[in-house]
Design a protein around this ligand. Structure first.
Ligand code: ZN
Length: 687
């Protein structure tokens, strides 16, 4: 039986065989790829020659490429374009893949060689990147249990397999709850308050699901947030809010309460096997922050001032509600609604009048143009290249010398087969260690968004927040595309996780530049640039509702930290735990948690952001301080600053220690004040 996944990938730039591959091809392809990788690993360990960097570390870095490309394709498809058949394979494969991982990273012969090289690394004449990749692999092995006694190692592998099964189930449960919810709007009364763009998106969603003559609100963020912002129907807002925030909390097949509790218990066991008191301690030991104390101290720095600001913001919402003869109690399904009304009154700026200036195509152009002015890149559309869904746009990325440096896939629209949120991922990472000599392996990078698609023939209009998300993910994309390192283990976004949001959040700053807005934020009908007065209002309203946004985020980060800092063995009731924690923190009334533990995918659909939701704020210290380098230079595209940015941040991957990389770019360590200033938290509360 031929398997297209195991044949040579002969598509343009080695893209996966999307058209030929079917769900049933993955399990046998994985089996063969795992067999090959284990054979490669065994051969490195069995080499009779003494260990050298080349025969051990470089060899390990280039091993397992078949496994990796099949895995990348699979994980990308299960996130962006899944199906019941793929989900079944995902459930079947998750524990097998985790077991494979354990076998690779506990291979005793291979680890013995790495350990010898690691012990002698100071006297071995390695260059900086070589030493760094050696240290990274050594730590990977240690953190995967290579140093544990055999019995502990066996238990550790079991824990990791069970975790893989549970995190897979967690994500599938959330998607099931999201796909099954539909708020049908049938009458004009149901649509009260909704601007045209929300109505259009809701009708489009209904049409896509074969429901004629109605409008439909789904749980996609680009549906639910505008609905909560504009709907005059308090009862429907409440219904939508409750559905959105109770995902994963319904008894039955998709209940995540027990899944999350078991994940937390297993993570605690995982940490203890390594000799740590809590999972947070284990997770943070491999970050820039290093300790719970450093994280809590940063979060507390914003928590108190943001809480005071949110209380103050609520007073204005109450006043507005009373002026309309409505209830003075602001519930979580009311906050966005009244905040938008206050914003319109105070700044004469409403989302509906902004959106025509933010058509998706124009914002994509804006992101490409900024990348061109900063880094000399050009994005050449290749519409003839078909990938996994007709909505995905494919671009060849060329540098200033017109050389192709990578491939970029832009997958912008929400659909039922795609998980919620926005993310960057890779089909292939950059390296110069691809087995075929020192040639640069071209990265294939994808950005996923979940924008509500415009009606057929009509443009998709973004909110300013959506445009910011587009720039954010594109910043991650550039981190993957501009990567210029030798070893794949250090490539692109393979950095410490509290550094990984720096390239993405930094890139958001260019969207706010008046010069960029004038050039690219053009009315989709008239082509007129966004008026200066509107830009001024956007800037004036920058701090508006920042108390709400900051406490909402910080509360989620603090609950994440508390859940993973637990040291007691008793199984936890995650719903009660979250409720108590939120009460203890003193979340201002009416704010509401929209990342509840039962659907908090950052924490439970995988482990890379567990005890790590704080990383956005950590990186914000760096991005706010970093952007000021351009402000100080007096030019948002200053070529000297941009060159340093490219070299030390966007191209360096993990080849330089992150603190040192930042200092090389900025000339000094980061200071927290610019972050506090950009959130409006340096000034005392006053309007
Ligand atoms: Zn990000």
């Amino acid at each position: 039986m031929s398997n297209p996944l195991l044949e040579d990938w002969t598509g343009p730039h080695g893209l996966p065989p999307f058209a030929a591959a079917r769900a049933e091809h993955f399990a046998p392809a994985f089996a063969e790829a795992m067999r090959q990788q284990l054979a490669e690993i065994e051969a490195i360990g069995a080499n009779p020659a003494p260990p050298t960097f080349a025969n051990t570390v470089a060899a390990l870095d280039s091993a397992g490429r078949l496994f990796e490309r099949i895995g990348s394709m699979f994980h990308n498809l299960t996130s962006s374009e899944t199906s019941p058949a793929l989900q079944a394979v995902e459930r079947e494969m998750a524990p097998l893949l985790a077991a494979h991982d354990s076998r690779v990273y506990t291979d005793a012969a291979l680890f013995a060689r790495i350990d010898v090289l690691h012990a002698g690394r100071e006297r071995s004449g390695l260059d900086d990147e070589e030493r760094r990749v050696l240290e990274r692999f050594h730590l990977d092995f240690v953190r995967a249990g290579a140093k544990l006694a055999p019995a502990a190692q066996a238990r550790y592998a079991e824990v990791m397999q069970r975790l893989a099964a549970l995190t897979t189930r967690f994500g599938q449960n959330v998607l099931a709850d999201e796909s099954s919810f539909q708020l049908l709007l049938k009458t004009e009364d149901d649509l009260a308050g909704l601007p045209d763009f929300v109505r259009t998106a809701a009708r489009q969603a209904a049409a896509e699901r074969g429901i004629g003559d109605a409008a439909l609100i789904t749980l996609a963020r680009s549906h639910i947030v505008p609905f909560l912002t504009f709907s005059e129907r308090r009862d429907l807002r409440e219904q939508a809010w409750r559905a959105w925030t109770s995902r994963g909390e319904h008894a039955g097949a998709n209940d995540n309460r027990q899944v999350a509790a078991e994940i937390l218990a297993l993570r605690l066991e995982q940490a203890r096997l390594h000799g740590y008191a809590s999972y947070a301690d284990l997770a943070l030991s491999d970050t820039m922050a290093q300790s719970q104390a450093a994280v809590t101290s940063l979060l507390e720095r914003v928590w108190q001032p943001a809480r005071a600001r949110a209380e103050h913001e609520r007073d204005a919402l109450v006043a507005l509600a009373l002026s309309r003869g409505e209830s003075s109690t602001i519930e979580p399904w009311d906050w966005r609604f009244y905040a938008e009304k206050v914003r319109q009154l105070r700044f004469d700026l409403d989302e509906a009048s902004l959106k025509p200036y933010f058509p998706l195509d124009g914002m994509v152009e804006a992101a490409f143009d900024c990348a061109s002015r900063l880094f000399g890149l050009r994005f050449v559309p290749r519409p003839e290249i078909a990938v996994y869904h007709p909505d995905v746009r494919v671009y060849e990325v060329r540098n200033a010398d017109a050389a192709v440096i990578g491939l970029f896939l832009h997958d912008n629209f929400a659909r039922p087969s795609k998980r919620s949120g926005a993310w960057m991922s890779a089909y292939r990472m950059q390296s110069r260690n691809g087995g075929g000599g020192p040639a640069r392996v071209l990265p294939i990078i994808v950005n996923n968004n979940n924008f509500a698609k415009g009606a057929p023939g009509a443009p998709t209009l973004l909110s300013f927040d959506d445009a910011r998300t587009l720039f954010h993910e594109f910043g991650h994309g550039l981190h993957g595309l501009l990567s210029d390192v030798t070893y794949e283990r250090l490539s692109g976004t393979n950095v410490l996780r509290d550094f990984v949001e720096l390239p993405s959040q930094l890139f958001e700053h260019w969207l706010e530049e008046p010069e960029v807005l004038k050039r690219h934020a053009r009315h989709h009908r008239t082509g007129q640039p966004i008026p200066d007065a509107m830009i001024a209002k956007l800037h004036e309203s920058r701090y508006f509702n920042q108390g709400f946004e900051t406490v909402r985020y910080a509360a989620s980060a603090l609950v994440d930290m508390a859940a993973h800092a637990r040291t007691d063995d008793a199984s936890v009731d995650v719903v009660a735990f979250e409720r108590d924690e939120v009460a203890r923190l003193g979340l201002p009334a009416g704010v509401g948690m929209n990342h509840r533990l039962t659907h908090f995918q950052h924490l439970f659909s995988g482990s890379s952001y567990a005890a790590g939701y704080y990383v956005y704020l950590w990186a914000e210290v760096l991005d706010a301080d970093g952007y000021e380098a351009f402000v100080e230079a007096g030019n948002p595209f200053d070529p000297t600053v941009a060159r340093r940015l490219a070299r030390y941040i966007y191209s360096a991957g993990n080849s330089i220690e992150p603190g040192a990389a930042y200092r090389a770019f900025r000339g000094r360590a980061a200071r927290p004040e610019p972050m506090l200033r950009q959130r409006g938290l340096l000034e005392p509360v006053a309007d």
